[in-house]
Write a protein that binds this ligand. Sequence first.
Ligand code: GLN
Length: 492
Amino acid sequence: MSVIQQLQQQLRRGEVSSVALVERYLENIRQREPQVQGYLTVTAAAALAQAQALDARRAQGEDLGWLMGIPIALKDNLCTQGIPTTCASRILAGYQPPYHATVAERLMQAGAVLLGKTNLDEFAMGSSTEHSAYQITTNPWDTSRVPGGSSGGSAAVVAAQECVAALGSDTGGSIRLPASFCGVVGIKPTYGRVSRFGLVAYASSLDQIGPLTATVADAAIMLQAIAGHDPKDSTSIAAPVPDYLQALASLPPTRPLAGFTLGVIQETLGEGLDPEVGQAFDQAVRHLEQLGAHIIPISCPTFAKGLAAYYILAPAEASANLARYDGVRYGLRVPASDLVRMYAKTRGEGFGREVKRRIMLGTYTLSQGYYDAYYLQAQKVRTLIRRDFDQAFTQVQALLSPTAPVPAFPIGSKENDPLSMYLTDLMTIPVNLAGLPALSVPCGFTRQGLPIGLQVIGNVLQETVILQIAQAYEQSTIWHQHTPPLVADGDG
Ligand code: GLN
């Protein structure tokens, strides 16, 4: 049983109340936050009030399903009505949205209890959460290392058991990378599967919201609650949402993956791959074979071009999306003698270094004379990548790769080398360019005890397939049973 299922059983039997459950997690927050620093805002009072109301409703016989009373956290680029939403940027300091993101709305309607908002790289631009304007989140497995990014706060607080489940956003790997670095499950759904309404836009054609959880079944429960069409997001897909838990339950107990053909992406196994990550990945592939899967090598020749195309397209979209922070409508305003100076000063002081780098890159590649050479060219590469995947999916149901070429790196080690930071997303980025669903599931540890993640990529709207593969793998391995030293040292 997953963590959510276990807790829900206790809640239903009356072994624990929603209030007691929230208090337990608030206590974990009190004990571990001084080291983890994963939350930007903790909404303790509101959470307790919400839990109290839920206990009363339960006493009346109401049952809202798996999430009723389950403590969760949201990445701080998801709008929450009346609760600060900063995107970890100074420019949004003090900003309180007048509405909830659709995902927040849906989770709360399902009875989930919001414990707080989690840290990220400013505007989700980064791979380590070091680009937050407010604090450095640490990796609960080794607090001298990064949790990955940009949803590093969400991954870290799930790993440290400071909430049961969290949401992140993934534009180029920001759910899967921190999931792999922190030893949790993270899924980026198909572009359009989950409404982006109320997600502060970074690169709108790539952004997608998804869950970070302790187990695959927990991810299935969270995805179930947030997936589906939303009239407020014109890019959300109007297709029925399958029953994900049912799909997991339908796997046969022996050789659950018989009948699945899986492809190993050859282009992800070359230069730059940490040998321990490579070994863990090879073992995971052999394990999947033992579970009945037929494994074949697959070549995606344009895969390696994804990173270059992404760093044209994402900054281009970002430069347009971030134009709205001008000191007039949201957050920070730095007064000046005239309007143009006010814009310049507000943006100059409000944005951090990485955000400015992206805005400048994007503005440059979109400018007249460079548009064809950069932006248009990158769009063509994007199409080629999509074709490579289309071709692959004529032969396999899902593709496999390590989630990241390396395990979590020391805080500060890539600070002055943006390119080496960008390289950590090599394996996750092509998936966003093609709009496909993919997840990261724990597949081992390095000798130093750092988690390693296996990436499973599916075809459009095939979340069920990748969840099934991950479930079969997880349930026949022990990786998800390990807890970080920080939890083991505490009362966990
Ligand atoms: N690390 C990538 C970037 O900096 C991806 C971030 C993301 O997925 N939000 O853009």
